[in-house]
Structure formats: C-alpha cells, structure tokens
Design a protein around this ligand. Structure first.
Ligand code: BEZ
Ligand code: FE
Length: 289
C-alpha cells in the first residue's frame, strides 16, 4: 500500500501479516496495533512525547536483569498483571493475585511448623489453613510455596543482610490438607522506586505502597496452580494497593491469642511474650480440565 493514511494505517498493518502467521498471534498483534494507533490518535501524540516514551522503554531495559524485573513491575503498576489474572481466573476457587518480581523458583522444602521468623524482630504470626478442592475436601501433598519480606520491607533478593532463602520456603500439605508455619507479621512496603517505574509513579502523583501480605503459590496434581496472596483486614493500604492485587476473598483477620495457647508442633525461635497472631486461611484449588 503506497497511500497510507491516518485512517487506513491499522488495516494496512493487518494486511502485512504473512499467510502462515499463527492465528492467535495475528489476533493479538492486530488488536495491539489497533489500540496503539487509536491511543496515538486519541492523545495527538507528538514526536517529543513519543521520543520520551522510547527513552523510558530504553531505561526500562537498562534496569532489568535476572534479579530486577522492571518490566514485571511496570505491568504491575499499570494494572495489566492484575487484569490478566482476573481475565484468567476461574470461579469456585480462591482468587489469584499478582506474582510480583520477587518469587524465587528454587526455595527449600520446609517441614510443617517451620519457623520462618528466626531471629527477626516483630510480632509472631502463626499462618495455617487447609488446601481443599471447591467442595472443601482436603488435598494432601499440595505444595505451598511461601514468600514474604523481612520486617524491613525488603525481599531477600533486595537485601544483602538476608540470606538467599530467608522468608522463602515450600511446604507440603498433610492428609488433612493442612499447612502451618510461624513467621513475623508481614509489613506494608513500597515497591522499588529507584528505577523508571518509580519515576512514572512520581510523575503521576502515585504512591508505591502495597498492603502487607503473605505470598502463596499452591500446586497439586490434577488442580490448576494458584498464585495468590493474603492480606490482613486492618492494613491502611488495602484500598489503594499500588499494584491492584487485593481481592475481597483474600482479605482476612489476624486473631490475637494469649501466649499460653501457642500450639504444639510449631517451631518458635522467637519468644511469644504475651500474645501472638494467627492467620487461618483456607485455599481452594480448582480441578484441571
Ligand atoms: C510483591 O508483592 O512482591 C510485588 C508485587 C508487584 C510488584 C512489586 C512487588
Ligand atoms: Fe510482596
């Protein structure tokens, strides 16, 4: 096409696909081009503005490496990660939520009752619950991959003071589908702001805070894997999570209990002075197929 215009450029683009283009790729790229072209027309994008956009993307690549996933962060703060989660969520199971950039794939196995808190300062939290199917039947042998920040709000990969696997572990559920470990009460924290995503948040007058949470990935044979998080109901950032991860069914209440009720079977290297908190949360998996 030699007479490309503002009005036909999207159709011209779509006409350039080769005959063997995968149909799904054709659909996705065609739609992406339509929305990008519509966006540029909608805001009357100038050369100067688009050059800034390109420079932003170039800075994104400079900040990205094996440990710093700036593109994941961009997708998160744009709400795209959460939207993809919601588009792909299935009814009857626990809601999914953002994976975020700080999951590590080779966390160590931990036994039931494991103490993730160790020497760290903070309130003791006993996290427990059952992994079940949608009817509440226990799933034995489910793998629960757990991660959270230290009390300073940093994940181990962000913090030289922590060892690689601090506040990371994988637990296998027992015959009742139960998991359980002790840890330190999670804190609200800011997503990294020292890169281009931080500049974007700043320029648009947004904060970088996430409500406190525990991350879980649950995998079991015959069930769809679930990537999720749980949030306490008294966190100040519940209604303005920088990455849009909060879902109603993921909000729960920490129950405060007297120290003398601390149960058998849980390791505790920190001392429970007067009280400890319990996060009792069941996770429902949906069968595959
Ligand atoms: C997180 O919860 O670990 C997280 C999620 C999205 C962006 C940054 C951090
Ligand atoms: Fe997190």
């Amino acid at each position: 096409m030699r007479n490309v215009t503002k009005d036909n450029i999207t159709d011209v683009f779509k006409g350039y696909f080769g005959p063997d283009t995968d149909p799904r790729l054709r659909e996705i790229m065609g739609s992406l081009a339509s929305h990008l072209h519509a966006f540029a027309k909608d805001v009357n994008l100038t050369h100067e503005e688009w050059n800034l956009g390109i420079a932003f993307l170039e800075r994104m690549t400079e900040f990205t490496d094996k440990e710093r996933h700036e593109f994941v962060l961009l997708s998160d703060v744009l709400g795209l990660s959460s939207l993809v989660d919601m588009i792909n969520s299935v009814p009857d199971g626990t809601s999914s939520s953002v994976l975020g950039p700080f999951h590590i794939t080779d966390a160590p196995d931990i036994p039931f009752g494991f103490d993730m808190k160790r020497h760290y300062e903070g309130e003791v939290l006993l996290a427990t619950g059952r992994v079940t199917d949608p009817d509440g039947n226990p799933i034995e042998g489910a793998k629960l991959d757990i991660w959270q920040t230290a009390p300073n709000g940093l994940y181990s990969s962000q913090d030289e003071e922590q060892d690689t696997y601090s506040f990371h572990g994988i637990q296998t559920t027992d015959a009742e589908g139960r998991y359980g470990f002790t840890t330190v009460k999670p804190v609200s924290y800011e997503v990294p702001t020292d890169g281009p995503v931080g500049d974007l948040l700043d320029a648009t007058g947004r904060h970088a805070w996430r409500p406190s949470h525990l991350h879980y990935i649950i995998k079991a044979d015959g069930y769809r894997p679930l990537v999720t998080e749980i949030f306490p109901d008294n966190d100040p950032y519940l209604d303005n999570d920088a990455v849009f991860g909060v879902r109603e069914d993921l909000v729960m209440t920490y129950v405060e209990k007297p120290a003398d009720t601390f149960p058998e079977g849980y390791e505790l290297s920190g001392k429970v002075d007067e009280t400890y908190l319990v996060a009792d949360f069941d996770l429902k998996l949906v069968p595959t197929g």
